[in-house]
Design a protein around this ligand. Structure first.
Ligand SMILES: [Zn+2]
Length: 418
């Protein structure tokens, strides 16, 4: 056996390399199984301390990595004895050096390295902005071409710090006049198929999930156990699937087998709440039903990055399965609740958090009000982004200009930049 294999969660078939789906046509995620079952973090001061459980062989010099901290004043305010944040953004004073100020950096770097090691020369992905930013930044660190499809109205999110600014291999594709992430996904899929550019794969990409799973692994490394509760704001829910998979890997090490499985608490931003709705109503998500009303709702949410109309909810090993297995909960947080929570956090802890992270904080406050968690239990909040204000103050961040503007009627224009 090599470093890892991928197992289909539906039929059990084992795969090598980086396929995105089972060759038995199963509607299932593939999950990594590493030959090293013991949890043995290394000494690196970045994401690669968890190299044993990342699919890439290579590591590179970077400051990107999860940082566990205790928000002392915020904890005191809510009388929480064991509250921890994984701060995944930019906060040098706390050794947090994610240079795009989000946890998407954990997905991008392992993905590009793994894909390169598997012979891919270029990949394509669609994004509402944050993921494109992280992949753009990671592209400056490795030797690969990335095609990033982003709705035109979200272009202001695609920037990188000046000192890394070399856009030669970053190909930014703007979807004309669009503010719909799912439309970008559809166009990205079409380009991928017609122009034979390997898709990054989203939730189906194991490198991406294992990269994100380092948040939970860092908690286990620092605290020598799993948390009782894990909170995260979700759009696709891929980060939550990754957190769950990290728990399984930890529990697979004999030393940790007596730990209880962490409960997942997923938070969405009202009024756009497909995962909350499906979980509460026990119904399927319909990404194309009542499109106009969905787009209107997306227009209203504070954390735009959470606007995914088609999350991997029903797929085997997807959001519904991990919520069920972990006896989890889903919350619906209004813009007002999120903003209030973020203001309080910034006032007490002295750093700004991203709109998505403020939704996560709002979810914790709801759970406390509803007495869903007890104040003694250990809680991990995934602060999926933060320190953007600080980063922009300390570094000159430059926007990347789109190489081309397209829509679904003129996909072939893309030939100009291939
Ligand atoms: Zn299968």
């Amino acid at each position: 056996m090599g470093k890892y294999v991928l197992r289909c969660l539906s039929c059990g078939r084992i795969h090598n390399g980086i396929p995105l789906r089972c060759d038995n046509n199963c509607d299932s995620l593939l999950r990594s199984e590493y030959s090293e079952k013991r949890f043995l973090p290394g000494k690196d001061r970045n994401i690669f301390k968890f190299s044993n459980w990342l699919p890439c062989e290579k590591t590179i010099k970077t400051g990107i990595g999860p940082v566990i901290m205790r928000p002392e004043k915020f904890s005191e305010y809510f009388k929480l004895k064991n509250l921890y944040c994984c701060f995944n953004g930019y906060w040098p004073e706390k050794s947090a050096f994610n240079m795009t100020a989000t946890f998407k950096d954990f997905e991008a770097l392992p993905t590009l390295l793994t894909f390169m090691e598997n012979g891919r020369k270029r990949i394509i992905l669609s994004s509402a902005g944050n993921t494109a930013r992280a992949f753009a930044y990671a592209t400056t660190l490795v030797d690969m071409d990335t095609y990033l499809v982003v709705p035109e109205k979200f272009m202001d999110r695609v920037w990188i710090p000046d000192e890394n600014f070399s856009v030669g291999r970053i190909h930014l594709i703007a979807v004309k006049n669009s503010d719909d992430y799912y439309e970008a996904i559809k166009i990205g899929d079409q380009i991928s198929k017609e122009k034979k550019i390997f898709p990054e794969g989203g939730a189906k990409n194991v490198a991406r999930r294992d990269g994100m799973s380092t948040v939970m692994l860092e908690f286990a490394r620092v605290m020598k156990k799993l948390p009782d509760h894990y909170f995260q704001a979700v759009g696709s829910g891929t980060g939550a699937i990754a957190a769950f998979e990290a728990c399984l890997k930890i529990l697979g090490d004999k030393k940790y087998k007596n730990n209880a499985l962490t409960k997942l608490h997923l938070v969405q931003n009202a009024p756009f709440i497909p995962i909350y709705w499906s979980w509460e109503m026990k119904k399927q998500i319909m990404p194309d039903k009542n499109l106009k009303s969905q787009i209107e709702k997306i227009g209203k949410i504070h954390a735009k990055v959470l606007a995914n109309r088609n999350p991997p909810y029903n797929i085997c090993g997807g959001v519904k399965d991990v919520l069920t297995a972990s006896k989890g909960s889903v919350y619906s947080v209004s813009n007002g609740e999120a903003l209030k929570a973020a203001e309080l956090f910034e006032k007490l802890e002295g750093v700004d958090v991203s709109p998505a992270a403020s939704v996560c904080l709002g979810g914790l406050i709801q759970a406390l009000k509803e007495k869903k968690i007890n104040r003694e239990s250990s809680i991990l909040l995934n602060i999926t982004g933060g320190g953007e204000k600080k980063l922009k103050k300390e570094h000159n961040c430059k926007r990347i200009k789109p190489e081309i503007f397209i829509d679904k009627k003129n996909i072939n224009d893309i030939d100009r930049i291939l």
